[in-house]
Design a protein around this ligand. Structure first.
Ligand code: HEC
Length: 214
């Protein structure tokens, strides 16, 4: 057991030590020059080496490799089954990614280039309670949908946007043919804000083309 006076002396030493450490930190921080530009994840002129869609000789799209999880993350709409009984058409979380080359083009021009490649990965609701509070927390991967804008491969499809579904439960299909226009394209054409893409639900995309600083 420390006596009262020893405790006080120890406290004084510790306080002085913390003060010196703080001063050193402030001096170091002040000496570090601030970066003049915000750090961008998109480097002008640099193309990614992430693969674009692959098709069989019959025109079926091969299931994308999970490298799409390295693409630009666009957002996570959520349609819980319990608000869409008995089941949501696209169940639960929708993690949407766009190929980074297409995101770069969109950021620079405000337009989706030919070849634009989106993935919507469906994820179940797992826990509904976490240390941060009650809510919906992601569970397991359960499905995969793709959209591609390609005027060369799909010249007759409205907007040249073709849609593919690899299933809503695992195991996913290894390949998928284009969906009928009435099954996917028409809803996107009628309801999506910008070139068949639901930009109204993706702040990442709106910010990408907003005037600087917004
Ligand atoms: C009834 C309307 C509707 C239909 C039909 C529909 N979608 Fe969508 N889709 C949406 C909405 C709304 C979003 C954005 C919010 C979300 O993910 O729920 C979306 C987003 C997407 C995205 C992410 C990129 C984007 O365009 O925003 C993909 C990929 C996608 N859908 C694929 C498909 C496929 C494949 C089909 C057909 C099997 C399909 N959709 C049918 C309404 C629809």
């Amino acid at each position: 057991m420390l006596t009262g006076s020893k405790t006080e002396r120890l406290m004084a030493i510790m306080t002085a030590g913390a003060g010196i450490a703080l001063l050193a930190f402030v001096a170091l921080t002040a000496a570090t020059p601030l970066s003049p530009e915000p750090v961008s994840t998109v480097v002008r002129g640099q193309m990614s080496d992430l693969p674009k869609p692959q098709y069989t000789a019959e025109g079926r799209m091969l299931r994308p490799t999970p490298s799409y999880r390295q693409w630009t993350f666009v957002g996570t709409p959520l349609t819980p089954n319990e608000l869409n009984l008995p089941a949501a058409p696209f169940p639960e979380f929708h993690n949407v990614y766009v190929h980074p080359d297409d995101f770069r083009h969109y950021s620079e021009t405000g337009e989706w280039p030919n070849g634009t490649y989106f993935v919507k990965e469906l994820v179940s609701i797992g826990a509904k309670r976490a240390s941060s509070g009650n809510g919906y927390f992601q569970g397991e991967f359960i499905g995969l949908e793709v959209s591609v804008k390609d005027a060369d491969r799909f010249p007759d499809v409205p907007g040249n946007w073709a849609y593919f579904s690899f299933g809503h439960e695992y195991p996913l299909a290894d390949s998928a043919g284009p969906q009928r226009v009435s099954d996917c394209n028409v809803c996107h054409a009628a309801n999506a804000d910008d070139d068949w893409v639901f930009t109204q639900f993706y702040p990442v995309l709106r910010a990408a083309i907003a005037p600087a600083g917004q």
